[in-house]
Design a protein around this ligand. Structure first.
Ligand code: 6R9
Length: 646
């Protein structure tokens, strides 16, 4: 029997869920017909210090202006902690599961309050003020959540840098936002291996004169250098201060955080999110997409270094008074059943992970899953890249044992929260489709000229109107914000993704249409990898493209032209891969390097990436029009010398 192509909403789900099919249709209509009314109502899910009277002020043209709830004031940490205390002081807020299966810890809302207040007071004692930028470079330990919330409590803007980034990447991000305070740990621990976080910070800070102080969490107890007057131990500092800290009154449009993300050109952009709209949107989507009810145990396996960790480990769940699980380790340590063992151990009801993890675990066969009960699981989620139907069906059958709906959630760092996704009690599922837009979201599919295409069609995905969780600007460069997202198709937000809509109005994301590649769910700008490669003294030129990779989704394929006289040896290939790891971080390591005596260029000198992509994809039979090439012979050489991936 072939696999089903559609899965109806299970009856019990339609009954118990916050939203059923009919409610979805009605609310969606209202939300798009009268967004002001819809979002005015939704804003009430937060506690406001001064309630808003203005809801929406958006202009996608010209300089671009996006404001929500903009005369209201509130504090995000008070909304994620203090307001829950009367009812939930002793409820677990965070379940922490360490890298070592013997390590775990539960933090109640009362404890969370104390920890966040203490850290907030430490920052204040070190002179951190409202509006200052604080860089957070931490492993997946509870202090990461404390750090975010402590910043929010005093109105400092956090900029989390993923622990896998190199000292240079950390330095670049600190410099870009002129951060003056860093929170890190001695070392991280992942899959039994240590990550030298403090040593990386030391290296980075050589280039960062703005940083006045660095707080270090003792995680492994490893030996680290502490610079007197600049570096302070977290446990010592937090012991000195009061366990109460009054939350700062913030305007809804005051910045909450910056998160750097890769684009098709230039350096990573500092995506800026603000206070009120972001939290309304994260809370709403966390509640509805995951159908979160009181008492549920919810686990999102992302790292706080990515937006998924911000919105769906910390802010969304805690705004909803949820119990959120935070995992320090990796899916295959100590063995390939770790995820499922954690689900059983903590009785996880809702499990949210990435297709790359599912594919990697699928390769290990069913035995590691079958030996676990998984009886507690009720709902599964996917995020980060398109999920291929094969992985979807495996996830549904083997992990979900046929009875857990899968929410395939499409969104971006820029969108703050999920925009297109099934609602488990409302949406019939099709494996591989992110299905339908959430409330207030109006997707448009446009052709290359920006013409809006109707009905079943395929093209580029834009969003017609704003939602409260949308990014507000690129930190320090508003023009880049307007140019990147609103100038390709005038007056519309362009996502950078390709998309198909089927006859039922279901959306199928086909992947990036710009020069961004998606490696294991992480965004990488090809331009960034290229500039790292050409920074090597032996490299004259480089072009980087993605190619299909069984586990990672896309792998990194680099074409490298060496300087005259340099020998293309295996040792140099390895050196270049190491070089990129050092320059950017392990996630940017090229999987394949091809020595290219020349790159295909137009007569005006533009590299024709379309051709390089096809060769990397092994689809060189159909290269399309190459008549505009300055030297068509280079193409033959590239095809003849392409890297065999088997
Ligand atoms: C949340 C996140 C965003 C890019 C996005 C798209 C891809 C994310 C997806 C998906 C298909 C899904 N993407 N979720 N593609 N289906 N469910 O991943 O943010 O790191 O900014 O990446 O990821 O290409 O444009 P971010």
């Amino acid at each position: 029997m072939s696999d089903p192509t559609e899965f109806p909403v299970p009856e019990d789900w339609a009954k118990r869920a916050w939203v059923n099919a009919q409610q979805y249709d009605e609310a969606y209509k209202l939300s798009t017909a009268d967004p002001e009314a819809f979002w005015a109502e939704q804003g009430k899910r937060l506690d406001w210090i001064k309630p808003y009277t203005k809801v929406k002020d958006v202009d996608y043209t010209g300089e671009v202006r996006i404001r929500w709830y903009y005369d209201g004031t509130l504090n995000v940490s008070a909304n994620c902690i203090d307001r829950h205390l009367p009812k939930r002081a002793n409820q677990t807020a965070i379940i922490w599961e360490g890298d070592d299966p013997k390590d775990d810890k539960k933090i109640t809302y009362a404890e969370l309050h104390e920890q966040v207040c203490r850290l907030a007071n430490v920052m204040k004692a070190h002179g951190v003020k409202k509006g200052d930028r604080v860089t957070v470079y931490l492993p997946m330990i509870p202090e990461a959540a404390y750090a975010l919330l402590a910043c929010a409590r005093i109105g400092a803007i956090h900029s989390v840098v993923f622990g896998g980034f190199s000292p240079d990447s950390v330095a670049g991000r600190i410099q870009d936002c002129e951060s003056n305070f860093v929170i890190t740990a001695d070392e991280g621990l992942r899959g039994g291996k240590k990550v030298p976080l403090k040593a990386n910070v030391d290296e980075a800070l050589k280039q960062c004169p703005t940083v006045k102080a660095c707080i270090v969490v003792k995680r492994t107890g490893g030996n680290v250098a502490m610079q007197s007057g600049r570096d302070f131990w977290y446990h010592e500092e937090t012991a000195k201060v009061s366990k109460d800290c009054k939350p700062e009154e913030m305007n809804a449009e005051d910045p909450l955080f910056i998160l750097y993300t890769s684009g098709s050109t230039g350096k990573p952009k500092g995506v800026l999110h603000t206070t009120g709209g972001y939290l309304v949107y994260a809370a709403l989507t966390h509640q509805l997409v995951f159908d979160y009810h009181d008492g549920d145990i919810y686990w999102c396996t992302a790292d706080v270094g990515w937006v998924t960790g911000h919105s769906y480990i910390v802010y969304g769940p805690l705004a909803n008074g949820a119990t959120t699980l935070m995992f320090e380790g990796v899916p295959n340590y100590p063995d390939a059943s770790r995820f499922w063992q954690v689900c059983d151990k903590h009785q996880v009801n809702i499990f949210y992970t990435a297709p790359t993890a599912i594919r990697a675990l699928m390769r290990e066969g069913e035995a590691p899953v079958q030996k676990c009960s998984l009886k507690s699981l009720r709902l599964l989620g996917s995020v980060g890249e398109p999920i291929n139907p094969e992985a979807w069906l495996w996830y549904h059958r083997v992990v979900g044992r046929h009875h857990c709906p899968i929410v395939d959630t499409w969104w971006q760092t820029e969108t703050g929260g999920i925009l297109i996704s099934p609602l488990p009690g409302a949406t019939r599922l099709k494996p591989g489709s992110a299905t339908k837009p959430l409330f207030g979201i109006q997707p448009l599919i446009v052709d290359a000229e920006g013409k809006v295409l109707e009905g079943a069609t395929e093209g580029n995905l834009c969003i017609a109107d704003s939602w409260p969780g949308q990014m507000r600007t690129v930190y320090g460069d508003h023009k880049r914000f307007a140019d990147t997202y609103f100038s390709t198709y005038k007056g519309r937000y362009f996502t950078g993704d390709g998309c198909r809509r089927d006859e039922d109005g279901y959306y199928w994301i086909t992947g990036r249409v710009d020069d961004v590649i998606n490696v294991s769910g992480h965004r990488m700008g090809t331009a960034e990898v290229e500039s790292a490669l050409v920074a090597h003294p032996k490299v004259a030129e480089a072009a980087v493209v993605g190619y299909p990779h069984d586990i990672k989704g896309q792998g990194i394929y680099a074409y490298v032209t060496l300087k005259a006289g340099e020998e293309p040896t295996e040792a140099l290939r390895k050196e270049l891969v190491q070089w990129v790891r050092k320059e950017i971080g392990p996630i940017a390591s090229p999987d394949l390097v091809q020595w290219a005596p020349g790159l295909p260029k137009t007569r005006s000198g533009k590299i024709m990436r379309r051709i390089l992509r096809k060769i990397a994809e092994n689809e060189f039979g159909n290269l399309g029009d190459i008549s505009t090439l300055a030297d068509p012979n280079v193409v033959k050489d590239l095809i003849d010398n392409r890297v065999n991936r088997d």
